[in-house]
Design a protein around this ligand. Structure first.
Ligand code: MN
Length: 503
């Protein structure tokens, strides 16, 4: 099975189940394809008689979402879930029925999407609540987010049929929340799509201006780049460097826009509007290719970047260099292996994941995911310019922490291991005798932080909670359980006393 993808994602306007099957055949087992066909029939029946704002039958939407996901070769269960992602929310069919027919893994992903509901800018409280749900859903199963991205990409591509207000809200939200998450997950392709599709609606004038700049640059450089690509291919071959592909790549519009803003719209100072991408077999070939390019053309000072030795925070790896080609024209090269390429464009879908009985999820040993998520949350919130006051509330109010298995638990800020223990189970709370946070023993009254992995040490001989715990627990649930348990031990003690006297 050829698992490598160069091509960019096409946003389909019309697809059939046959088109989807065609894509799945490239990397899925026949049984998965059969299940996808069943899921399609199931969703098609459920959405019968429903239409999109554009006037098309509703089923077109989930089918397009599945088609987008099949282009990035998302795992089969993601495709199957995506076909039914709007069923529980928009039809009479329940999640239970989906679970009965397609099993719990697929049903759980759809539950995650349904739980997210609709993020809304209007109504601060509801918005904060939804944003929190988004992070919790993502922490539980990141595949939910991948479906959500594809869902959003398709919705953005059909935004013209919605009223202006709604259009703006969806675009802004995609730009400020979804795109940065895609970026942090290392999904360059989705990040670019989400940004460029939203950009058009959020800043229409700037969008047109940037697009004109890019088109101009492409038409100026096209013939020239073809020549450069031929030269480099010949030289790589002559030097016996194994290259997979050499192609021109246009900069995404929104990221070009941000660069233009930084450089005061000085187009001549931007060298990577069109770049040449060299995809090679292994890391050794990357450095060999860099050497060949530098032998052919003189590099610009300070523009050689080794993201292989020092990857970007989201995991991006490549060698970048900018050189004076013939006639003094300046061209940027990006050199990477095909694994690095796949990783950069499709990120989290291609690796990072440990598979266990519940499907792909953050690896149990890899506590970094939790920390990443907490950092990501901070970044997203810093990104939302319009909602200054919300940041404060959001962080004052909530944290989320993980069980050693990677399940996410949502708690109020300053919650303690005892709150965590009672959240897991009343008995875990009552028998709680100690706690480990990120593998370190901590006291029971210490404050938990977002991203912590918490393990409760229980002692089955423990009599019950301590009165002192009431001084520091934060959740009502913990307080109530502790009080109830203390009361019942008192009652038992009094009862015992009477029974003794009676004897
Ligand atoms: Mn949808």
């Amino acid at each position: 099975m050829e698992k490598f993808l160069f091509s960019q994602v096409n946003i389909p306007t019309k697809v059939t189940i046959e088109d989807l099957v065609e894509n799945m055949k490239k990397y899925c087992q026949p049984t998965d394809i059969e299940t996808a066909q069943l899921a399609y029939d199931f969703a098609n029946k459920a959405h019968a008689g429903q239409f999109r704002k554009s006037g098309e039958p509703y089923i077109i939407h989930p089918l397009c979402v599945a088609h987008i996901l099949s282009q990035i070769q998302a795992e089969p269960n993601i495709i199957i879930a995506s076909l039914m992602h709007d069923v529980p929310e928009d039809t009479e069919i329940t999640l239970e029925e989906i679970e009965k027919n397609f099993g719990s893994d697929i049903a759980n992903m759809i539950r995650g999407i349904t739980k997210l509901g609709k993020l809304k800018y209007r109504g601060m409280e509801r918005y904060i609540e939804n944003l929190r749900k988004l992070f919790v859903a993502m922490a539980e199963d990141v595949r939910v987010m991948i479906i959500k991205f594809a869902d959003r990409v398709h919705n953005l591509s059909t935004l013209d049929s919605l009223p202006e207000k709604k259009r703006e809200r969806i675009a802004l939200e995609s730009l400020e929340i979804y795109a940065p998450i895609a970026n942090r997950l290392g999904m360059g392709e989705f990040k670019g799509l989400l940004e460029d599709l939203s950009f058009k609606y959020v800043k229409p004038k700037d969008y047109q201006r940037v697009k004109a700049i890019r088109d101009q640059n492409i038409s100026e450089k096209n013939v020239y780049l073809d020549k450069i690509i031929k030269t480099i291919e010949q030289e790589l071959k002559a030097a016996d460097v194994h290259y997979v592909n050499v192609h021109g790549r246009e900069k995404q519009l929104y990221s070009l826009y941000q660069k233009l803003l930084k450089k005061n719209w000085e187009v001549s100072n931007i060298y990577d509007i069109v770049a040449v991408r060299v995809i090679v077999k292994d890391v050794g070939d990357c450095y060999a290719a860099l050497g060949i390019i530098h032998k052919l053309w003189r590099p610009l000072k300070g523009r050689i970047k080794d993201y292989i030795a020092q990857p970007k925070p989201n995991g991006y790896q490549s060698l970048h260099t900018t050189v004076f080609c013939d006639d003094g024209k300046i061209v940027e090269f990006q050199i990477r292996t095909k694994e690095m390429h796949q990783e950069a464009e499709f990120g989290i879908t291609s690796s990072h994941w440990a598979y266990d009985e519940k499907g792909p999820r953050p690896s149990k040993k890899d506590l970094n995911w939790a920390k990443e998520l907490a950092k990501m949350q901070q970044e997203i919130l810093n990104n939302i310019k319009d909602l200054e006051e919300m940041k404060v509330d959001f962080f004052r109010n909530h944290i989320f922490v993980f069980t050693p298995k990677g399940d996410v638990i949502d708690l109020p800020e300053d919650a303690t291991p005892v709150d965590f223990a009672y959240h897991i189970h009343t008995e875990v709370g009552n028998k709680c005798n100690g706690a480990k946070v990120n593998d370190q023993m901590v006291s029971l009254d210490s404050f938990l932080k977002s991203g912590d992995v918490v393990e409760i040490v229980t002692d089955k001989n423990r009599k019950g909670p301590s009165q002192d715990w009431l001084k520091f627990v934060k959740t009502h649930a913990a307080k109530n359980h502790i009080k109830a348990q203390l009361n019942s031990s008192k009652i038992t003690w009094i009862k015992n006393l009477f029974e003794k006297k009676a004897k």
